[in-house]
Design a binder for this molecule. Structure first.
Ligand code: SF4
Ligand code: SF4
Length: 222
């Protein structure tokens, strides 16, 4: 069985908007969602999508309107998420009784190829959390903390920043490579963004994870 991710209703909606911001207008996906919602939604979506990528924020506003519409049933809400995230979705309550949904990651059969791409090319530089910092402080890993920079304007964390030059470092300084195979030298203490990648099959596919692409090929082959 697939691992599942719990999101509150608001987190689920935000994930939809972020997906569109990151990956752009996904016409077939949005048409499918609009068809599922029925009524005047298909025409409204078609109209706004005719403007192409320049209308991305209008599209997001329309998705926001759809997800918050009192006429959209729970079934349509979950269906829209399922279409958007290529995932099984069901309503459930969180540990504190909050309303939310559970998404399957659809990553059964995924095997990391240790290609190192996610340590080299993905833009995760702004994804460090305060829990990551706390984990390294608790472990006394000042050697890792030394590579964390701070944005001068918004104070947010940035990884990885060379402590000697103050310049961004890519690939990650904790990536060890040997004859085409790559390994994380801080595996037990890697930041959450690395532990959670790829979060879902769609996430891996859209960001070009070769392990997920191979999984797709195998599924297509039979
Ligand atoms: S990009 Fe995918 S296959 Fe390559 S190391 Fe990262 S998770 Fe593994
Ligand atoms: S911390 Fe480890 S998993 Fe994360 S980018 Fe660096 S080498 Fe890759």
């Amino acid at each position: 069985m697939d691992a599942e991710i719990f999101l509150t209703m608001e987190e689920a909606k935000d994930a939809m908007y972020l997906d569109l911001e990151h990956y752009g207008i996904q016409e077939d996906t949005l048409e499918e969602i609009a068809d599922l919602a029925g009524g005047g939604w298909p025409n409204r979506f078609r109209e706004v999508m005719e403007g192409g990528e320049s209308r991305i924020y209008d599209v997001i506003a329309l998705v926001r309107e759809l997800l918050n519409s009192p006429t959209v049933t729970e079934e349509v809400f979950c269906g829209a998420l399922s279409i958007m995230f290529w995932s099984g979705v069901r309503k459930m309550r969180g540990q504190e009784g909050e309303d939310g949904v559970s998404l399957t990651t659809e990553l059964h059969g995924f095997g990391c190829l240790h290609c190192g791409q996610c340590c080299t090319e993905l833009d995760y530089s702004r994804s460090l959390t305060s829990d990551d910092i706390a984990m390294w402080k608790k472990a006394g890993r000042h050697d890792i903390l030394a590579w964390v920079g701070k944005d001068k304007e918004d104070g947010g964390y940035i990884i990885w920043v060379n402590p000697d030059t103050g310049e961004p470092q890519e690939p990650c300084p904790f990536l060890a490579s040997d004859h085409g195979k790559h390994a994380c030298t801080i595996h037990e203490l890697k930041p959450s963004i690395c532990r959670e990648y790829p979060a879902t099959k769609k996430h891996g596919f859209m960001t070009g994870c070769p392990g997920v692409e191979l999984m797709f090929k195998r599924e297509c082959a039979g």
